[in-house]
Write a protein that binds this ligand. Structure first.
Ligand code: MTE
Ligand code: CO
Length: 423
């Protein structure tokens, strides 16, 4: 039985294949297959229906389907000199919803992944405190804990794009971000146990990895929403993400989220560590520098379509993307398909949480015309994501950090999609 609508799309498909469109890999029907000949996938019994599958003893810790092997973190080999001091990227174009699966969270290490035996891990708090303290993991697990979903974005995310469109895929242009649920203890509770001296103003957080990475954190933030986390997405932190303990600094640049956290020193001024002077400082065009630019401003990206996920289907398509802000929640995301001539508000679906990735969609029809796709986020403070041109006017092009400019994807008539800049 063919409904009138099906018949219409069938004849449209015949027309398109006659025009050679099928060769370009474009299917024409709006949804589902409209088989003319009997389809063996329907008429024949398949192996997976004929034979027993693997038993419950085969995968004590589950892994994704073997058909999803391409969904992996990827690095850009020419970006860094060694894999130990390097970065890989979250495959944003393969994901949906707002939670990043633990095994796909991008990694950024300065000295490789520390392999820490949790029973031997210690967190020391000292400096301008009444009572210097050393916590074991057991001590921390006995304190009142919280669960919170937050994005972590490296300040260098999109850094390669400051001087022009460069990397072909949202995995590489925007994949230094992940979003998981953390379980941990508010840092405030640990500091209260130690007791702060009246002149305490800054903290120094230090990792136990071979780089001993450290950063200065203003006390005000430390007494706010900062967590000392031991779990992500319901289980222990992954080694890559700082097992057994990491700092969670909501909305602030990823570099502050010290992994393998072993020491917090309380002081009255910043330490001026390497990571906050030589690095993570923005050199402006006039030679002055922006320092301690902690907050990650509102940003968004269309993840599908994108260079690694081209358009393959004529008719109905789902445009999908992510928006986030270090200042609060996402209030609105606008999307243009024609390079900024017309904008429409995207449909936000799923939880809209403070300092978390937020998922948006635009359901649209594509007839093969070229598209210039952009998304523009607005957060709960009313801040609107700037264009790259607007950013460059204020910040110049010396820096690689804090690029939250609007991304453009060019979709060609054959569906291929490319990283471009317009205007
Ligand atoms: N903490 C330690 N101890 N060592 C590191 O190299 N890298 C920092 C931060 N914390 C780093 C660290 C940087 S630059 C970022 S962006 C985040 O961790 C990355 O966190 P992730 O690896 O969980 O994505
Ligand atoms: Co970083």
């Amino acid at each position: 039985m063919t409904s009138p609508r099906n018949r219409e799309s069938l004849s449209r498909r015949r027309f398109l294949s006659a025009a050679g469109m099928a060769g370009a890999g474009l299917a024409a029907s709006a949804a589902g297959a409209r088989a003319e000949a009997p389809d063996p996938l329907i008429t024949e019994v398949q192996d997976w229906s004929r034979y027993l599958g693997e038993g419950v003893d085969k995968r004590p810790y589950g892994t994704p389907s073997r058909h999803e092997k391409h969904v992996i973190r990827r690095d850009v080999s020419w970006l860094t000199a060694s894999p130990e001091s390097s970065v890989n990227f979250t495959p944003l174009h393969e994901l949906d919803g707002i939670i990043t699966p633990s095994g796909l969270c991008f990694e950024r290490h300065h000295g490789g992944i520390a392999d820490i035996e949790p029973a031997q891990h210690r967190l020391m708090i000292h400096g301008l405190v009444d009572k210097p303290l050393v916590f074991t993991m057991e001590d921390i697990r006995r304190m009142p804990r919280q669960n919170r979903v937050y994005f972590l974005e490296c300040a260098a995310n999109s850094g390669m794009e400051w001087r022009g469109a460069q990397l072909n895929g949202c995995q590489f242009t925007h994949g230094m971000v992940h979003n998981v649920m953390y379980t941990g203890v508010p840092l405030k509770a640990l500091l209260e146990e130690a007791g702060l001296k009246p002149n305490a103003k800054w903290l120094m957080l230090e990792g136990a990895d071979s780089s001993g990475m450290n950063r200065s954190l203003p006390l005000e933030k430390a007494l706010g929403d900062v967590l000392i986390a031991f779990a992500m997405n319901g289980e222990a932190l992954r080694p890559e993400q700082g097992y057994p303990l990491r700092a969670v600094i909501p909305g602030w640049e990823g570099n502050l989220w010290v992994k393998w956290l072993r020491r917090i020193e309380v002081g009255d001024q910043p330490w001026m560590a390497r990571e906050e002077t030589s690095k993570y400082t923005d050199l402006l065009a006039d030679g002055r520098s922006r320092r301690f630019t902690f907050i990650m401003d509102a940003k968004s990206v269309v993840t599908n379509p994108s260079p690694q996920a081209p358009l393959k289907h004529k008719g109905r398509n789902v445009l999908s993307g992510l928006a986030w802000s270090g200042r609060g929640t996402i209030r609105r995301v606008d999307v243009t398909l024609d390079g900024g001539r017309n904008w429409q508000s995207a449909r936000i679906d799923g939880p809209v949480l403070d300092k978390s990735l937020t998922r948006f969609y635009v359901d649209f029809d594509w007839d093969g015309q070229e598209l210039l796709i952009q998304s523009r986020a607005m957060d709960s403070t009313g801040y609107v994501q700037p264009t790259k041109g607007e950013l460059r006017k204020v910040r110049g092009v010396n820096s690689i950090y804090h690029n939250n400019g609007i991304q453009t994807w060019h979709v060609r008539a054959n569906g291929e999609t490319e990283n471009v800049e317009i205007g």
